[in-house]
Structure formats: structure tokens, C-alpha cells
Design a binder for this molecule. Structure first.
Ligand code: AGP
Length: 369
């Protein structure tokens, strides 16, 4: 096991640091910005069907569901297609309206999650075409789907999913761009720009690691916090949910993720000087709005940790701590903004003496209903 951890203390931190490679591996052979090449082998025969379809239903659980939420923003923004994201466990026990030209995308790292598998069988019985985004080759979900794309993240051992999430988001981004190109919903210029920018993501993730020591210091300060709130908007909203899930599952600190604008509809009542609030505040189309959300929290003495874009000069003067991430295209933001949240939860859990790789009550793949 020591050898498998490659010199790291835990699988989770090894897997966090593997992300520049696992993201690159998930793009390898599929994307070449030089000659504007983008092709997902498994999608070839289905791209037309997807382009003609009125809606896509995405099913998954936990972190995979969060990747599905990112995909909702991606598919709607780029390919102008209706997307619904469903918890597999709810979807399967409802009587969902599925039509024959609906496409269902099932997302699963392990490919063995019982609820996701059951959701696939239900959608199949109603005539939908099922597309899988799985990490484990030959897994039950990979076999149950009509077609799919593997994520090539490599084995993920830590119960808390890290590199599988960024690999899922990478593959879903490629799918959304390929579909948008086919539908003609993005310009040739945007298409090329996105491919070029995607190729820079592994290096940008690497750059986030330069902040590891700073994130560790912040983790030390908040080791014994009892609650955390994570807030984000747009593409960063699913990242807020993912950050909160990471923290609660390995450190056992209660954490909530919310869309930042929802705060005023309830969670703002929780804010006081003992409440750490993590803001996803990168320079994107909701930046101004996020800045006012930060002001609302600071006015109530909340302690703010902000994930900001490199070179931001406004937010550092307003908050308690900042962690910088490199600038990227707005739709690719989750791939860099989630990294500091993974590190923050990891360091807090280690400082609390938790069993990071195998947290209590959790299994790596949930094969029971
Ligand atoms: C993530 O950190 C969790 N351990 C969990 O939510 C996980 O993402 C979920 O059980 C889904 O697993 P899957 O991707 O293997 O289907």
C-alpha cells in the first residue's frame, strides 16, 4: 500500500495531485487544438441523434451528480439543449416522463452504483438512448449503456472522489463542445478558443498546487470549525456543492453548499463571526453579484475564504483569506476552482485526525439501494 501511495500519506492527496495528468488523459486522442480536432469515439454514431434530441436527462449520485450539474450549464450554454439533472435514487422511484428520442447520460466513477444502474434500466425500458460516462472499464454501468465515453482518470482509491470529478467534467465538456459544433450553436472561433483553452487546463491545475502551503495554513485556522457554508453562482454553483460534500464526508464537519443568491432566502440567518463561508468568486459573468454577496456576509461578521482569479485586486481587500486560481474561460472554471476546495477539505480532515481515505459509514461504491 505504501508503494501504491507513491510517497504520499494518503490516496486522496495522491489523487488530487494526479489531476493534471488525469485531465490530460481524459482528453488524449480526443482533442487536438492545433488542427481543431475533437472526437469522442463512443459518441460518433450518436452525435446526430443527440443533436436532434429535445432534451437530455442526466442521472448520477453524489459527486457524479455534481458533475452532471456542471454538464447542465455546459450543454445549455453551448449546445442550447434542455437538460435535467436527476439524483438516480429519486428518478428511479418516480414515474419519470421519458420519451423515445430522449438521451439519458449516466455518470458514475465506479460504474457499480446500484441506484444509477436501476435508473438506466428504467430509462431503457421506456425507450431512451443511454450514454455512459464511467471511469471503470467494463463496469456494470458501462455494459448497461448503449454507448459512452470513459474518463481515463485511472484507479481512484480514496472514498472521496477528486480526480474522477475533474475527469468527468472534462469528458462532459468535450461532449458539449462536440455537440455544439454539430448543431452550429457556437461559432468556429469560440470552438477553436475552447479547444486551445482546454489544453491549458492541466498546467493551470498544476499552478493551483503552488497554493497548497497557504491552503494548509487556512485549514489549520479552521480545523475546529463546526459548520461551513460554500457559495457559488453559475458554473461555480455545482463546485460549491462539491466543496461542501468533500468537507463533510472526510472531516465530519457540517457543510452546506448553496447558490450564492439563495443565501438571502434562509442561510443568511446562520452567518455570525463563527461561520466560515467559502466563496467561489472567480472573474466571470457573475463576479459583481458575488462581490455583493461577499459584502452581505462580511456585514454580518462571517469569516470569508474566497477563491479568486489571479490578480484580483478588489476581493482580497474585503475578505479574510484568498486563494488564487488561474484565469480560464468561464465554462471551464470548475476544473480549476474545485482544486483548492479538495485541498482544503483534505488538510482539515488530516488535522482533525480523520481516516481520510476511508471515512466512517462510507463505501467507495454504493452497490446497495
Ligand atoms: C464522492 O466523494 C462520494 N464518495 C460519493 O458521493 C460518490 O460520488 C457517489 O457514491 C457516486 O459514485 P459513482 O460515481 O461511483 O457512481
Amino acid at each position: 500500500e505504501t508503494i501504491e501511495k507513491g510517497g504520499y500519506d494518503h490516496f486522496m492527496i495522491k489523487e488530487i495531485f494526479e489531476q493534471p495528468r488525469s485531465i490530460a488523459d481524459s482528453m488524449r486522442g480526443r482533442l487536438r487544438a492545433d488542427d481543431a480536432h475533437l472526437q469522442l469515439g463512443g459518441l460518433n454514431d450518436y452525435l446526430d441523434k443527440l443533436a436532434q434530441s429535445d432534451r437530455v436527462v442526466i442521472v448520477g449520485c453524489g459527486t457524479s451528480w455534481h458533475a452532471g450539474l456542471v454538464a447542465e450549464y455546459l450543454f445549455e450554454e453551448l449546445a442550447r439543449i434542455n437538460v435535467e439533472v436527476e439524483y438516480a435514487s429519486e428518478f428511479r422511484y418516480r414515474n419519470p416522463v421519458i420519451k423515445e428520442n430522449d438521451i439519458v447520460i449516466a455518470i458514475s466513477q465506479s460504474g457499480e452504483t446500484a441506484d444509477t444502474l436501476a435508473a438506466i434500466e428504467l430509462a431503457k425500458s421506456k425507450g431512451a438512448t443511454i450514454f455512459g460516462v464511467c471511469n471503470v472499464v467494463g463496469s456494470s454501468i458501462a455494459r448497461a449503456t448503449h454507448a459512452g465515453a470513459y474518463t481515463h482518470a485511472g484507479p481512484e482509491i480514496g472514498v472521496a472522489s477528486t480526480k474522477a470529478f475533474t475527469a468527468q467534467v472534462t469528458v462532459l465538456t468535450l461532449m458539449a463542445i462536440a455537440l455544439a459544433k454539430r448543431k452550429g450553436t457556437i461559432s468556429e472561433e469560440t470552438y477553436r478558443q475552447l479547444l486551445i483553452e482546454l489544453e491549458t487546463i492541466p498546467a493551470k491545475v498544476e499552478k493551483v498546487f503552488e497554493n497548497a502551503a497557504k491552503i494548509k495554513e487556512i485549514a489549520f485556522i479552521f480545523t475546529y470549525a463546526r459548520n461551513f457554508i460554500y457559495l457559488g453562482r453559475g458554473f461555480n454553483f455545482p463546485v460549491a456543492l462539491e466543496g461542501a460534500l468533500k468537507l463533510k464526508e472526510i472531516s465530519y464537519i457540517h457543510a452546506e453548499g448553496y447558490p450564492a443568491a439563495e443565501m438571502k432566502h434562509g442561510p443568511i440567518a446562520l452567518i455570525d463571526e463563527d461561520m466560515p463561508v467559502v466563496f467561489l468568486a472567480t472573474k466571470d459573468s457573475s463576479y459583481e453579484k458575488i462581490v455583493s454577496n461577499i459584502q452581505e456576509v462580511k456585514a454580518r461578521k462571517g469569516r470569508v475564504i474566497a477563491i479568486v482569479t489571479e490578480g484580483d485586486t478588489l476581493i482580497p481587500g474585503m475578505v479574510d483569506f484568498v486563494i488564487e486560481v488561474p484565469d480560464t474561460h468561464e465554462i471551464l472554471t470548475p476544473l480549476v476552482s474545485v482544486i483548492p476546495l479538495q485541498l482544503l477539505s483534505y488538510y482539515i480532515a488530516v488535522m482533525r485526525g480523520r481516516n481520510v481515505d476511508q471515512p466512517r459509514n462510507l463505501a467507495k461504491s454504493v452497490t446497495v439501494e
